[in-house]
Design a protein around this ligand. Structure first.
Ligand code: CU
Ligand code: ZN
Length: 196
């Protein structure tokens, strides 16, 4: 249980960020650093078991959030995503992308879906890219808070490791059929995944 305090601290930061969403006038006064960990916390999380990705908006967008990853076994990772600034009551495509690069204004520097197995795009229950995750479902305030398990990825070194890959939030829902990316539209936010 030594890793639990880190998770709680990260969650608390995003909860604070969610509070900002209801007060847009104050948004720019906040500079959130949700994945800054103390030295003690880093020691607590030694080993390839926990990763985090801090979502920042692409140019002209307002989507922010934090995604935590916990390795369940060699092929399964638990994902906890808290995202704000989404279109209320809408679904948004949500993927791990190949490149851990969010520098481009439109997020295209993240590349295509993370796909080490050279599979087709699809839902978790069928053939899918390792980076294909369930859609984010925003509530009436544009906030999504979801936990799910994804298959075909790991936090341990190797071809399926998501360390230094990226997370993208899209404007539209992933239809889980269209190739190669589910027709999910523009990239609203990007984050680089980092093992903690
Ligand atoms: Cu994507
Ligand atoms: Zn895909």
């Amino acid at each position: 249980m030594s890793r639990l305090p880190v998770t709680l601290a990260l969650t608390a930061t995003v909860l604070a960020a969610a509070g900002c969403a209801t007060r847009p006038a104050h948004e720019h006064a906040h500079q959130h650093s949700p994945i800054a960990l103390s030295a003690d916390q880093e020691q607590d999380t030694a080993g390839p078991v926990l990763a985090a990705a801090s979502l920042t908006p692409t140019q002209g967008k307002e989507v922010r959030g934090l995604v935590l990853f916990r390795e369940m076994d060699a092929q399964h990772v638990m994902v906890h995503a808290r995202v704000i600034g989404l279109k209320p009551n809408a679904e948004h495509g949500f993927h791990l992308h190949e490149n851990g690069q969010c520098a481009s204004p439109d997020g295209t520097s993240a590349g295509g879906h993370f796909n080490p197995a050279k599979a087709a795009h699809g839902p978790q229950v069928a053939e899918h890219h390792a980076g294909d995750m369930p859609n984010l479902k925003a509530d009436g305030n544009g906030v999504a808070d979801q936990k799910f398990i994804i298959q075909g990825v790991s936090l341990s070194p190797g071809p399926t490791s998501i360390d230094a890959r990226s997370v993208i939030v899209h404007a539209d829902p992933d239809d889980f059929r269209s190739q190669p990316a589910g027709n999910a539209g523009a990239r609203l936010a990007c984050a680089v995944v980092a093992i903690q």
